[in-house]
Design a protein around this ligand. Structure first.
Ligand code: AFP
Length: 333
């Protein structure tokens, strides 16, 4: 089975980018080891602090952030990093060609129940002009050069794209190397499975409520088929399932707080997952526009997310555009 570097070379990825991705691979092995040790590593549980998003920080969140930051900043090709756990960006090498945005440990509330968590990353080019500050990161997701995630589950997997399809590697714990286990993940356009936090139903727009109502109605409703629901509560694991066996994932607009009407972050959650899903033949939308076309105004910006099976995303968007959701078939996408 092939290792990571030859896979990247086959994809004509340049040596500088290979070096950045290899650094992420090193981070993944370190974090995987600590996640695997669980209670024994003494890193489970929460700290007393909150991150920039106002969320309680888990000890492993902080440790993973520190590890990734240090390892990436040692790489001469990394000009700066932006992390969910850092208020501002951290500058690296002045000559570096790449910017890396990351969520060091997505789904960290799963840590204490020994369930799946992951690291999500997005690599952007350093813009040719402009100041060396956070504005470098304010590029639409379609500019990404590489993106992906590392899933710490029963096995540790690295799933990424450089724009040539979705590659999957599995960490062989016996030799400590990631080996290619799937060279081209694809998502079927149709599905009968969805992932959404149903407890937020009352906070959604009417169109989203109508859409979910019709999924729940199954064969007796207008969709005329039964749907199944899954929710891991870690985007990395929910998107992994969709890449592996299809489905629709949504974390839509939410009326709980008009300041933060969305939960997920654009730079290090929405954009990398949107690109992976599009590369697999699926679709990824904010509810208002294609996620990859959004020009960010802040590195910690939040975004609505509806992604997965192409035809199901299109159906969901029809409900959102026509709030009443009835007579759906007679209305255009
Ligand atoms: P945490 O990293 O704070 O656990 O948040 C994970 C996450 O941002 C995303 O990965 C999940 O899809 C979403 O939150 C789950 O949120 P709820 O189940 O709490 O609605």
């Amino acid at each position: 089975m092939q290792r990571l570097t030859p896979t990247l070379r086959n994809d004509q990825v340049d040596e500088a980018l290979i070096s950045v991705i290899n650094s992420l691979q090193t981070c993944a092995k370190e974090i995987s080891f600590r996640v695997g040790q669980g209670e024994l590593a003494g890193v489970l549980g929460s700290t007393l602090s909150e991150n920039i998003q106002g969320e309680t920080q888990k000890k492993l969140d902080i440790l993973s952030n520190q590890l990734i930051k240090e390892i990436l900043l040692e790489c001469q090709h990394v000009a700066a990093v932006a992390s969910e756990e850092e208020e501002g960006i951290v500058l690296g090498h002045p000559e570096g060609e790449y910017l890396v945005a990351f969520d060091p440990l997505d789904g960290s509330s799963n840590i204490d129940i020994n369930s799946m968590v992951g690291t999500i990353f997005s690599i952007l080019p350093v813009p040719q002009d402009g100041p060396r500050d956070a504005s470098m990161f304010l590029q639409p997701g379609r500019n990404q050069i590489a993106a992906g995630y590392i899933l710490y589950g029963p096995s540790t997997m690295m799933v990424f794209t450089t724009g040539k399809g979705v590659r999957v590697l599995t960490l062989d714990q016996t030799v400590g190397e990631f080996l290619v286990t799937n060279l081209n993940l694809t998502i079927e356009p149709e599905t009968t499975e969805f992932a959404i936090n149903m407890s937020n139903f009352r906070h959604w727009q009417e169109g989203m409520q109508n859409y979910i109502d019709d999924l729940l109605a199954g064969t007796s409703g207008p969709r005329a088929k039964n749907f199944n629901m899954r929710w891991v509560a870690a985007m990395v694991a929910d998107v992994h399932r969709i890449l592996c066996r299809g489905g629709l994932f949504a974390y839509p607009w939410d009326a709980r707080s008009m300041d933060k009407p969305y939960k997920l972050r654009l730079l290090y959650e929405g954009n990398p997952m949107a690109w992976l899903v599009e590369q697999a033949g699926g679709a990824a939308h904010s509810g208002e526009e294609r996620i990859l076309d959004i020009v960010p105004t802040d590195i910690h910006q939040r975004v609505g997310v509806i992604l997965g099976a192409r035809n199901e995303v299109a159906t969901c968007l029809r409900y959102l555009r026509y709030e009443e959701g009835s007579q759906l078939d007679s209305k255009p996408v």
